[in-house]
Structure formats: C-alpha cells, structure tokens
Write a protein that binds this ligand. Structure first.
Ligand code: OXD
Length: 324
C-alpha cells in the first residue's frame, strides 16, 4: 500500500501542521508513504497511491490518481474540496468531524461573553490607555435568562447547549432529524421551523455543516425575522449568511452584535466594511484552533488506518449524498 500526504491548504498554524505531519509519519511507520510539499510532487506521487491524507484535493490532482481508494481529510467540513468527479467516484472520504466538539463550543461561549461584556471595546480603550466607563458600562449585557438558538444540534451544538445551561440560558435549536428530546435543549425544531428559532433567540449560533440545504440559510428575510437587538455567532461557514444583509442589520442595530469566524470569501478581504464595525468581533477561522488538534486527530486516523489496512469499517465516513 502506498500513502501520500499532501499538506496543502490548511487552516492551522505552521507549527500545528508540522505536529500533524509528524503524528501521521509515526502512525505510518513501516508503511510506504511520501509527504508531498508541492503540486508537482503530489501530481507525480498520487498516480500509484492507494490512499491520501491531507486537507484538500483538487480536480487537477485527483485526475492523476489511478489506484486511489481512500482520502482522510484534516478538517471536520470538506465543503472546500468537493467536486463532481470526487463525489461520483468510489473513493472513500473520511473527515475529522467530532474532534472540535469542545474547542468550538468554548469559542462560541467566549464570543457570546465578549459580545455581551463588550470585551472588544474594552481592548480598544486599553490600547488608548482610556479609563472610560461610560460607553462600556452602558452597553454591557448578560447571558443569563436569555435564549440561545443553535442552528445544528449535532455534537458541537449539544456541547454549546450544555455550556449555555451553566449560564442559565434557555436553549432552543434546530436538528435535521428532530425526533424527541435532546440533553440540555428546551425546544428542538426541525429545519422547517427555523423562523420560530429566529424569532425567539437572543443569540443565534450557526454550527451546521455547509450543504445545498444550508447554503444561504440566513438571508435578508431571515435576518429581518431575528429578534430586535439579538446577536449572531457564526462558526460554521460564511456561505450560510448574507453578509450584505447582516452588515445593514448591524448598522441599524436590529442585530446588536456579531462574532464571525467564517466568511463568504476567506481570507476576509482587506477592504470589507465588516472589519470596521464596532459591534463585530472577527476571528480568522480560528474557532477550532487548538494545540490538541493532532492528538485528537490521531485517534480517528489511527482507527481509520487500521480499518483501511485490514478491510474493516472506517469511522467518520463522509456521506456523499448527504453532503457531510
Ligand atoms: C473544520 C474547520 O475543521 O472549519 O471544518 O475548522
């Protein structure tokens, strides 16, 4: 068996990628594997490879593969790298879905606290050495007794729900297969009832995978249905939110604030007006960043590697028809 590793396109810092590569190299010890650092080498090495480990594959590289049976991706979502030839092929695709459950939930709660306690304004005042209580104290808010609406009550969504309960919040949300109660969730709605969630949530948190059903999920009319003075937190994918409509709602105050980790185009263009909005907190797709990334990824990789070599069932298989 031949394995190729292609560390192209990564969201993580260089050190984390190197850590990931050394973890993979030790898992593959004794196997025939090649780390490809540039396009020419991956195009050459993938021709007779049985499996690939990486963050991205392009149609150009995929077209060279003659024996490929499996790709293990280094992210939870692989919407950035799916294309018809790949989806129509019988190559098994596996993801790291599930490894970000605790870190993304912490990021979301952190952003909700930062928005309500105005920590971005405090950081600006600090940078200017200004001990100015007036605006800060007039605009601080609380989480307790407010409603969080979680779009996507999967593993991460349920962990956010659990943490939100510690802040005495009411938790509502949507789930694709909404049938029955979920822990720490007061009201579960099907995606058809999104409007209800929009109208009752003080905080709308998007953690659903990007699929044809969730693309452009929060457009102008959905934003109009959101509660006056509510907040939006997006840690899923930028393509789910109409940023022009969001920008307008943030300017009028209909949406009090937003914490955005993902954008329709990444990196967020330098001249995007969203950078300068005082009620927006921007993080550059670091919602899942953690030094524990490789350690968590290793659990899935090790399992899948053994399964691939022994012909048994892999975990985290991407369902090509479902889109995640
Ligand atoms: C992912 C991410 O893993 O966005 O999909 O971090």
């Amino acid at each position: 068996m031949k394995f190729v590793i292609w560390p192209a396109y990564y969201l993580e810092a260089e050190a984390i990628v190197e850590d990931y590569l050394s973890m993979i190299s030790s898992l593959l010890e004794g196997q025939n594997f090649v780390i490809c650092r540039d396009l020419d080498s991956i195009k050459r090495e993938i021709v007779d490879a049985d499996a690939m480990i990486g963050w991205k594959i392009t149609p150009e590289v995929f077209a060279q593969a003659k024996k490929l049976k499996w790709i293990q991706f280094g992210s939870a979502g692989i919407d950035h790298t799916t294309f018809p030839e790949l989806l129509q092929s019988d190559v098994a695709l596996t993801t790291l879905s599930g490894i970000h459950t605790s870190v993304v939930a912490e990021h979301v709660i952190g952003q909700m606290l930062a928005l309500t306690r105005r920590l971005n304004l405090a950081a600006e005042l600090q940078a200017e050495h200004r001990y100015d209580r007036s605006e800060l104290s007039a605009t601080c808010r609380e989480l307790s007794n407010r409603t969080i609406g979680i779009i996507g009550l999967g593993k991460i969504g349920l962990n956010i729900a659990r943490l939100a309960k510690a802040f005495d919040m009411k938790v509502v949300g949507t789930k694709r297969t909404a049938n029955g109660d979920l822990p720490n969730v007061d009201e579960v709605y099907s995606p058809d009832n999104l409007d209800r969630v929009l109208s009752i949530s003080d905080f709308l948190v998007i953690v659903v995978p990007l699929t044809s059903q969730t693309e452009a999920l929060i457009g102008k009319s959905e934003i109009a249905k959101m509660k006056q003075g509510s907040y939006l937190v997006n840690v899923a994918r930028g393509a789910m939110v109409d940023h022009e409509a969001l920008g307008k709602a943030l300017r009028t105050g209909h949406i009090a604030g937003a914490a955005l980790d993902v954008f329709p185009a990444e990196p967020l263009p330098f001249d995007s007006p969203i950078w300068d909005m005082p009620n927006v907190i921007i993080t550059p797709h670091t919602g899942a960043s953690s030094p524990r990334y490789s350690q968590r990824a290793a659990v899935i990789l090790e399992h899948n590697l053994k399964a691939f070599l022994s012909g048994s069932r892999m975990i985290n298989i991407y369902q090509k028809d479902r889109g995640y």
